[in-house]
Ligand binder design. Structure first.
Ligand SMILES: [Zn+2]
Length: 84
């Protein structure tokens, strides 16, 4: 938004635009942090002696990715376990 275009907005609209911009920056930051955490977690799983990898989102609780190892899917959040 340029300075001249700001004049077209009411104070309420300017506040909404500012709030939208802040939310957009916050979402971009959270997406970046989520990517960092996923990459770090995948690296830990790959580098550890646990010999596990990160799977899809747990279908039972949807609050964690499942860990895959030794022919088993395990959710560290709800502790559900099933064989592959
Ligand atoms: Zn779960």
């Amino acid at each position: 938004m340029t300075r001249s275009s700001r004049r077209q907005y009411s104070p309420r609209d300017r506040a909404l635009v500012a709030e939208f911009d802040a939310l957009e920056r916050r979402i971009a930051k959270l997406e970046h942090e989520q990517s960092l955490l996923y990459n770090t977690l995948s690296g830990l799983a790959r580098e550890s002696d646990l010999e596990v990898s990160i799977g899809s989102v747990c279908t039972r609780c949807t609050r964690s990715y499942v860990l895959i190892g030794n022919g088993t899917l395990y959710c560290p959040k709800c502790h559900s376990r099933r064989t592959v």
